[in-house]
Design a protein. Structure first.
Length: 182
């Protein structure tokens, strides 16, 4: 197992606050339809990609469920998943998994892109990385909950979220959760 790392960032209006903390992460894969007229090898490749995308979506769903269970215990409203935000979170997780660097690089750009279709007052982001755990999603969430910066984002007055999880060829999971307050 590898040591895990977490990073948290948030912005309110034009202010960007970045908080570095030690802990976890992961990556997401795009889904491709399978065309029966394709050669058998290509069909198998696309089927494997679809299966991987499905398992990453299951991890994303699990992270949302865990975060919402925590928020409910604290008397906070549940976060609603949003496809636009999820797309940005998935892309960031894929970028981190490809570069094998855990970061908030491009946070302003992600939020700006989201802002083109969703009016917002504030935004935040948690990222995590891990490898070698039977439940990488649980490991990421547990790490975030133990970290003051991440916990602040999780407990924030946000209403929308998007989660992206990716696993690279080295077996490393990269996670991104973006929070939006309208």
């Amino acid at each position: 197992m590898k040591i895990v790392y977490w990073l948290a960032a948030s912005t309110s209006a034009l202010l960007l606050l970045a908080c570095s903390v030690q802990t976890v992460s992961s990556k997401g894969v795009s889904e491709s339809p399978i065309d029966s007229s394709m050669p058998h090898d290509m069909t198998q490749t696309l089927a494997a990609q679809s299966s991987t995308a499905s398992s990453m979506a299951a991890l994303e769903s699990s992270v949302l469920q865990q975060i919402n269970q925590y928020r409910k215990k604290k008397g906070l409203s549940q976060l609603s998943s949003n496809a636009t935000i999820t797309q940005q979170a998935r892309q960031h997780s894929q970028d981190m998994a490809s570069s094998r660097i855990l970061s908030h690089d491009g946070f302003d750009t992600r939020i700006s892109t989201i802002g083109k279709s969703i009016a917002y007052r504030s935004a935040a982001e948690n990222v995590a990385y891990n490898m070698g755990y039977s439940a990488p999603d649980r490991q990421a969430v547990e790490g975030w909950l133990k970290s003051p910066g991440h916990l602040q984002n999780i407990e924030g007055s946000y209403t929308l979220t998007g989660i992206g999880v990716t696993k690279n060829a080295q077996g490393e999971y990269y996670f991104t959760q973006i929070f939006i307050k309208r």
